[in-house]
Design a protein around this ligand. Structure first.
Ligand SMILES: [Zn+2]
Length: 257
C-alpha cells in the first residue's frame, strides 16, 4: 500500500491560492486533532481536488469565516494525503469554549478525514495515510503528539465514530521517535546494479550513496557470471574511481536486473 502526498498545487485554484495570517509554529504544537467534514464526500480519489477546491471556496464565501480552509491536512480513503494549511500556516479548526480564540489552534495539527457518516471502519489505506501525516507532524515538532478528536475539545460529533474507534484502538498511534530500520549490508533488494556506458566494470550502488559489495554478494555475482569490481565502502573512493574515468555518479545507468 502506498501513501500519496499531494501538495496544495495538486488541488487549489492557481488564481486563488490558500493563504492564512499566522505561520505554523511546530514548537508550540502538542496535539493532532482529528476532524471529519460532514455532508457529501467524493466517491473516488479523482474527485478529491474539486472537493477541496469547493471547500476552500465555501470557506472564503462564508460570512462567518472568510478565510482559507482551516485544516492542516486531509486524508482520503484511497491513501491520499492532501496539504491544506500544512506546516505553512497555523490551523483554524478548533477552539475550547471560554479560552482565547486561536489558542488551541496554535497547539494543533488539524487532520481532516474525508469520510461520510456511513463509514463504520476506516479503510486501511486511509489509516496508513493518517499515520504518515501524524508521523510527519511529530517529526516536524520533534516530539510525540497527543491524538484527540474535535469532540474532546468542544461539544461536537466530529470526527465521527469510525475515527474515534480507530483512535481508541491505537490504529492511529505512531511511535516517536520513529523506528528507523537498520539499512544493514546491501543486498539484492536494497541495492541495484549499475553499469558505466562503454565500460565492463559494474558498480553496486544504493538509492543515493554508492555501496560496497560484501564478499558474499561479490561471490554471488561472480557465480552468476556478472562482471563486477568490488568498491570500497567509502563513497569518496567510488567517486575517485569514476573521476579517473572522467565520469561522475551521474554517469551511472541502470544495469542488468
Ligand atoms: Zn471538527
Amino acid at each position: 500500500m502506498t501513501v500519496t502526498y499531494h501538495p496544495r498545487t495538486d488541488w487549489q485554484d492557481p488564481a486563488r491560492p490558500m493563504s492564512a495570517p499566522v505561520a505554523y509554529d511546530p514548537a508550540r504544537v502538542v496535539q493532532v486533532v482529528a476532524h471529519w467534514p460532514g455532508g457529501r464526500v467524493p466517491t473516488s480519489s479523482a474527485g478529491v481536488p474539486k472537493y477541496l477546491r469547493d471547500m476552500e471556496a465555501a470557506y472564503r464565501a462564508d460570512p462567518n469565516r472568510g478565510y482559507s480552509v482551516g485544516y492542516s491536512e486531509a486524508v482520503d480513503p484511497w491513501g491520499g494525503r492532501w496539504e491544506l494549511r500544512g506546516f505553512t500556516w497555523r490551523c483554524a479548526a478548533n477552539s475550547i469554549p471560554g479560552e482565547p480564540v486561536g489558542q488551541e489552534n496554535a497547539r494543533t495539527f488539524a487532520l481532516l478525514f474525508i469520510i461520510g457518516g456511513d463509514v463504520a471502519e476506516l479503510p486501511p489505506a486511509m489509516l496508513e495515510a493518517a499515520r504518515s501525516s501524524i508521523g510527519d507532524a511529530q517529526l516536524v515538532s520533534g516530539r510525540a503528539l497527543a491524538l484527540r478528536g474535535h469532540g474532546d475539545l468542544e461539544p461536537t460529533a466530529c470526527p465521527g465514530p469510525a475515527v474515534t474507534i480507530a483512535r481508541k484502538r491505537g490504529d492511529l498511534t505512531v511511535p516517536y521517535p520513529p523506528t528507523i530500520p537498520n539499512p544493514g549490508e546491501p543486498d539484492m533488494t536494497t541495492a541495484r546494479l549499475v553499469r558505466l556506458p562503454g565500460y565492463l566494470n559494474t558498480f553496486l550502488v544504493g538509492a543515493g550513496t554508492p555501496l560496497h559489495l560484501t564478499p558474499e554478494l561479490f561471490d554471488n555475482y561472480k557465480a552468476a557470471g556478472v562482471p563486477v569490481v568490488p568498491i570500497a565502502a567509502h563513497a569518496q573512493f567510488t567517486k575517485q574511481v569514476l573521476a579517473q574515468c572522467a565520469l561522475s555518479t551521474a554517469d551511472l545507468v541502470p544495469g542488468p536486473a
